[in-house]
Ligand binder design. Structure first.
Ligand SMILES: [Zn+2]
Length: 339
């Protein structure tokens, strides 16, 4: 039951999300070589790499969305919690850097690879996020019961036994869980929030719908470090969760808003991929712009969605993680939104 809950949180999102998140929920087996590995297939020795970024801000790489944490004189603030099973290990890593109390956990959005560890953190930290993060986490049992039976049938038809099992486990969880057991944020905001720790100001900005409709980014003003959540996949093809209110065009709006606010020398923690800078933000914006451009041209030429998806190709991004698995889904969403 407890394990199911973890797995369920990892999968508590839309149908399209499942392949991505299901992969994230499974650690790479020991010693498995990972040629052309997806960014989630980190080898055990790479789990829990901590990288100081200056000004008390650190990046922590594990098995889900990248974590950021800030060590102040009297408190630690953490951004995202990955998965429940590795959350105790995450806390242990933070403890190696500071023994100050972990007082705050910010969730950048509701996906299981960013909130799965909430259950561990809620024992000592105030969990804070945008209104829609709480709303989507609490509605997940109902959403799963509505969407998963059809998905299980599809997985059966496709002969994907692992998927059938994963989805069936989640459905079982959704039928049994009490909503009050879900470790959702207990403090939410609708636009912006600032938290003051020592002489650092931590700004949290809700952005236009991009990855989901509950996305926030976190800016550490004095340290000049920005945590983008999944509004930035660095050299990784994004997952655009349209079912959870995400939008390809919205990604442009969100990225433009961020680019208009952060200083040119800011360090940037992406939701997935390696640490980058404002240049990395701009490269990712270019990917979204190129994707929309291709979709718009196809639509203007009267091409059907099917024809567009058969031929669409953006060679400049072929070496990005997830090009084979997520690019076509991105292109389909871009076509739907193109005019
Ligand atoms: Zn996500």
């Amino acid at each position: 039951m407890r394990r199911n809950r973890l797995a369920a949180l990892a999968l508590t999102i839309s149908a399209i999300a499942i392949p991505l998140i299901a992969r994230q929920a499974t650690p790479a087996p020991k010693g498995t070589p990972s040629p052309g590995a997806d960014h989630h297939d980190r080898q055990p020795q790479d789990i829990f790499k901590v990288l100081p970024l200056g000004g008390g801000v650190h990046a922590l790489f594990g098995r889900g969305g990248n974590i950021g944490f800030f060590v102040g004189p009297d408190a630690v603030l953490v951004v995202d919690s990955q998965f429940k099973d590795i959350a105790p290990g995450i806390v242990e890593q933070i403890r190696k850097v500071s023994d100050k109390p972990i007082k705050f956990l910010l969730n950048t959005h509701h996906h299981g690879d960013h909130v799965g560890g909430n259950e561990i953190f809620k024992q000592f930290a105030m969990i804070v996020a945008h209104d829609n993060v709480r709303r989507r986490m609490l509605s997940s049992p109902a959403d799963i019961q509505r969407d998963y039976p059809a998905m299980i049938e599809n997985a059966k038809k496709a002969g994907n036994e692992q998927m059938v099992k994963n989805l069936s486990d989640q459905l079982e969880w959704a039928k049994k869980v009490r909503v009050e057991e879900i470790p959702a944020p207990i403090m939410t905001f609708d636009s912006e929030l600032r938290i003051y720790i020592g002489d650092e100001t931590i700004q949290v900005w809700h952005l236009p719908p991009a990855h989901t409709d509950g996305d926030s980014v976190v800016y550490f003003e004095k340290a000049r470090v920005l945590h983008m959540g999944d509004d930035l996949f660095n050299k990784v093809i994004p997952f655009i969760d349209v079912k959870s209110g995400g939008s390809v065009k919205g990604y442009l709006a969100a990225l433009d808003r961020v680019l208009g606010r952060v200083p040119a020398d800011a360090k940037v923690i992406p939701g997935h991929g390696e640490i980058t800078d404002v240049g990395g933000l701009k490269s990712f914006r270019q990917y979204i712009a190129d994707l929309l451009d291709a979709a718009q041209k196809a639509k203007a030429a009267g091409k059907s969605k099917e024809d567009f998806l058969n031929e669409v190709d953006l060679p400049a991004y072929k070496d990005y993680d997830g090009y084979k698995t997520r690019f076509k889904a991105n292109a389909g969403s871009a076509y739907d939104e193109a005019r």
